[in-house]
Design a protein around this ligand. Sequence first.
Ligand code: PEP
Ligand code: MN
Length: 343
Amino acid sequence: MILPKTPQLTSTQIAEITAIVSEFGCSIQPIVGTVRTIYAIVGDEREELMINRLEGLDYVDRIDRIQSPFKLMDRRSDLANHHVKVGGVTLGRELLVIAGQCTIDPKNPAYFLETAHAVKEAGAQALRGGVWKPRTNPYTFQGDNKSLDILMDASRRTGLPAVTEVMEPEHIQLALDAGVQVLQVGARNALNYSLLRQIGKAIAGRDTVVLLKRSIHMGPLNEFISAGEYIAAFGNPNVVLCPRGTTPTMDGYRNHPDESITPLLKEKTWAPVVVDPSHSVGKAIYVPACALAAVAYGADGLVIEAHVSPNHGIGDDPKQALTPAVLAGLITQAHAIHSLRQT
Ligand code: PEP
Ligand code: MN
């Protein structure tokens, strides 16, 4: 919809606009109001270049888009009935809980195996474990390829599908070859379109799932969903959106909790939403409330950092990880809220 700055366009302006939109297979239809006339774009208005050229005209106030910019991720797209599965869980039908350590310590693999069994016992249906880590400080532990074997060993022993973050093109193939079912794209890479495209290409035709975190700055929801479109565009629609808190931070929390965007995302996209309360609030004591709020807001799942002995963990685990006992209590409550919402 074209909204001009003046009550109506002159015939020269209409001719100029018509020439632009017809290059993109569209036409315009005036909608005459009592005080002003606006102009509907008839045809596919998703062409960015057409919109940019119209927005560049000095007599155009703004363009309001009626059509969604997403071809695949839109709630009304052909994929609206697509269900993403992680292990035995169909998202949207059953609450998915992914849990495990922020970071696998290659020097102490026994902790990870113990954590894996403990999160399964607590009710988690998938196992997270950081192999390669995006660290703010370049001098801290950056991850280790050896941890991939530790992750897959624990995944096999527990029967829980493995979830890990990939940051570089070579991680993608290593993780897929090892049998990782869910590739995480972290908040720092959520807008790395080159990585998103490479993941999309690598997982086309596979049952691999992508857990796409929301970018670290308070990005618009359309930007978040568009990042998912980059992956789905290559043919694998198993995209899960993961709000994980944004900046600027809320005093006392690690980030600004954003589980409340869940219903807004669901109005725009069919993609399941799995919230990460651990990075959102950043301290173990605040995690359960944030997790339960996420389920109350309609989240399809949670991804939670947990460790059998947080003090012995590395990365975020000493401050953020839940103990298995707290995780178990939280999972029970989360299921209760989820069932309340279903009824
Ligand atoms: C993580 O999951 O450990 C992590 C680094 O996540 P994020 O990208 O959300 O910071
Ligand atoms: Mn972490």
